[in-house]
Design a protein around this ligand. Structure first.
Ligand code: ATP
Ligand code: ATP
Ligand code: CA
Length: 218
């Protein structure tokens, strides 16, 4: 994987989690916070830590922020600081600016000033928890559009020991299996003869309603 340079502004729990995951994946991460203690706490999880007020253009320029591929603004409660920071970053020409929104209106402002990706952590996590409760067999999913998902579904017990052709999955359930995960190995584009095994994870693509029926099977 190519190494990219990321800057994370705001080292609360949200910002630190992003910084840490990127850093552990071998990426270069600059962590910035106005608060000295927050920077110290995040120090083990970033390549460099810096104490700075991101609403000051000079401070950002001094950190060489222009050279970063992607900047994540993880400031939440201080709306003014969040918005000012994003504006400065966009004016400095940063291509990819990601920001966390605390409310719908905060998100609308972030959108209007050109934020490339707006994240609503509480809303999105709440949705995920509800979905997990409603469909315990769905371990993970990606929303492709309003109607289509890719879902990681636990193999229905009644399908174990049978192959895709005999089960006639696409024709019967209107979903396609694009891969299987078996003992942490991935089998991409499984053949119609592939026998499903206990604890297989099926990576399926299809309409959300069809997927819901499929994942609801015992
Ligand atoms: P989280 O919910 O992620 O745990 P939090 O609730 O502790 O965060 P937030 O208000 O969301 O705090 O802010 C996240 C971080 O952003 C804090 O550590 C705060 O010091 C930092 N921060 C706030 N304003 C600025 C600023 N102008 N420049 C740099 N960092 C800032
Ligand atoms: P189709 O017209 O549905 O693509 P096909 O005529 O190409 O099927 P096969 O690829 O041999 O025939 O598969 C026979 C049947 O087995 C399919 O109709 C489908 O129901 C099921 N099947 C095979 N592979 C998959 C898969 N990856 N995901 C879901 N169902 C599959
Ligand atoms: Ca918070």
């Amino acid at each position: 994987m190519a190494i990219k340079q990321y800057a994370v502004i705001g080292l609360g729990r949200f910002g630190t989690s992003i910084a840490r995951r990127l850093y552990e994946a071998g990426q270069e991460v600059l962590g910035i916070d106005i608060n000295e203690e927050s920077v110290e706490d995040a120090e083990p999880y970033v390549t460099h830590g810096a104490i700075a007020d991101s609403t000051e253009e000079k401070a950002l320029t001094a950190l060489g922020i222009k050279n970063f591929d992607c900047v994540i603004v993880a400031i939440g409660d201080d709306l003014q600081a969040s918005i000012l920071t994003v504006m400065l970053l966009k004016n400095l020409g940063i291509k990819k600016v990601i920001a966390k929104a605390m409310s719908k209106r905060h998100g609308q402002v972030l959108e209007a000033i050109g934020t490339n990706w707006i994240i609503y952590p509480e809303r999105d996590m709440g949705e995920r928890v509800a979905n997990q409760l409603l469909s315990p067999n769905v371990l993970d999913y990606i929303k492709l559009s309003k109607d289509y998902n890719i879902e990681e579904i636990m193999v229905p017990t009644k399908m174990v020991g049978k192959n895709l052709r005999d089960l006639n999955i696409r024709a019967k359930y209107n979903v396609s299996i694009i891969a299987l995960i078996r003992n942490s190995e991935i089998i991409v584009s499984p053949s119609p003869e592939e026998l499903l095994q206990n604890e297989d994870l099926l990576i399926t693509i299809g309409n959300r309603d069809d997927l819901a029926k499929f994942s609801g099977l015992e």
